[in-house]
Design a protein around this ligand. Structure first.
Ligand code: ATP
Ligand code: PRP
Length: 228
């Protein structure tokens, strides 16, 4: 049985929301990602380290065993599962996802300008197919296919809300929480694709080899989440 654990987390929203969960596991990082350039954070527990990676890289570190466990948004996991090694695009991929931590909760939606002027979207200019801008290309492609809709997907890396405003796209697929960002840019939700929250993910080999450490963590977190 192994005696140390590496946890992959992204800085920002997920790190902040994960702190109370880590505290319940008696894990306290000795530094915060906002105040250090270090990417490996020591904790009060000599057997636990936290690595700080980009949100979209968390499943990669965990699947390949560079981290034993991680916390990632369902949006990131859905997008990742299509391309992951061993992934079949249907959610079967090389890591376990044992628990919905119910943090960083939001929705994945399709949104478009509140007032679409006739002819303004330029649909006819691209063969009658709507243009959809998103960083969630796989999720969007699967969603529109499931609806029997043919769309042209444009990959962006952020600030999706700008795309319909400037005529780059007719619609976007993005995350919404308060709705403030959509509202501020004159957009409205037209379809909800799915609810999103962050999940605990576990490397498959670590689940076996480090079960003595990981199982009690999952049990404690399950209790906590159920109390919420
Ligand atoms: P990066 O800044 O590295 O490009 P990011 O912008 O996706 O990544 P965050 O904004 O911290 O990183 O979001 C992390 C996760 O939090 C997302 O993957 C999603 O699951 C969730 N999330 C994103 N936006 C919101 C929101 N407005 N409200 C609640 N949860 C959100
Ligand atoms: C996310 C998302 C939306 C916004 C929605 O962006 O991409 O733009 O939150 O939240 P709201 O409905 O509460 O306004 P984020 O704040 O993470 O910014 P980023 O994508 O630039 O990191």
């Amino acid at each position: 049985m192994s005696s140390n654990i590496t946890i992959a987390i992204s800085k920002g929203r997920i790190f902040k929301d994960a702190l109370p969960l880590l505290a319940a596991l008696d894990i306290y990082p000795v530094e915060a990602p906002e105040t250090t350039r270090k990417l490996i954070l020591e904790t009060n527990r000599p057997d636990v380290k936290i690595i700080i990676v980009r949100t979209t890289d968390v499943p990669t570190y965990v699947e390949y065993g560079a981290a034993d466990i991680g916390i990632a948004g369902k949006d990131v996991l859905l997008e990742y599962s299509v391309n992951a090694s061993g992934g079949n695009g249907l959610g079967g991929y090389g890591l376990y996802e044992p628990l919905d931590l119910k943090i960083a909760q939001c929705k994945m939606v399709v949104a478009e300008p509140e007032k679409v002027e006739p002819g303004e979207t330029g649909n006819r200019e691209h063969g009658g197919r709507k243009r959809v801008a998103t960083k969630y290309v796989n999720i969007a492609r699967n969603y529109f296919a499931s609806q029997g809709k043919q769309v042209e997907i444009i990959k962006l890396y952020g600030s999706m809300e700008l795309a319909p405003v400037l005529g780059l796209a007719d619609q976007i697929v993005d995350l919404v929480d308060t709705g403030n960002t959509l509202k501020a840019n004159g957009l409205v939700v037209v379809e909800t694709i799915t609810d999103i929250s962050s999940r605990l993910i576990v490397n498959k080999a670590a689940m076996k080899m480090k079960n003595n450490l990981i199982k009690p963590m999952i049990e404690k977190l399950t209790e906590l989440v159920e109390e919420k």
